[in-house]
Design a protein around this ligand. Sequence first.
Ligand code: CDP
Length: 221
Amino acid sequence: MYMRIIVAIDGPAGAGKSTIAKRVGEKFNLMYINTGSMYRAVTLKALEKDIHHSNMDKLCRLVDTMDMYFQNNELILNGENINDKLTLPYISNNVSNYASIKEVRHRLVAIQREMAEKYDVIMDGRDIGTVVLKDAPFKFFLTASPEERARRRYEELKLKKLDVNYENILDEIKKRDYIDCNRETDPLTKAEDAIEIDSTNMNIEEVVEKICSYIRNKINN
Ligand code: CDP
């Protein structure tokens, strides 16, 4: 029987979801959908236009003008590749507030589901296994200690030659974890049927191999 490969990966900031999802996606020829970058794009545009996260009407109208798709693992917004801006600290510090808005989530979740209807995808985020792709045959919940996650994010930003401070990053990650786990709409939780992987003491290859072997086993049985 042909089984569609649809993979959901959830977990907190800096757990390594995007690196892992790209590699696993390459192995099984899946389109990688980074849903965090969609929330980041909304944050970028809202901040550019000075729209506060409490201004629901303006925010909804803004999201309705945003055409989003993925090409080569990157988000294209209204025809433009804006990925360089999306991981800047001022976006990271604000994104959870915009991502808490129910109306924003409903709109982005609808777009994400459409993508998974058209293509075999590997999608990462906070609510993929619990909300967006509840029926996905493959679900993973990727975690690591806050200190290890902050260390990884610190190295990543340093490579981009940004002026970064470890304590600030750890603080930002903890704040974002708190908002993401405690918001009313679709908070970050592990789906009951997701496989949890704590990557604190694992390298990228080990996590990729673990996920790939689960997928291979299920396809072959
Ligand atoms: O890369 P990192 O783990 O730091 O974050 P991300 O995956 O880019 O997501 C950025 C933020 O978007 C998260 O902290 C959440 O507030 C929000 N988000 C969400 O609410 N739901 C998703 N499916 C994905 C991201």
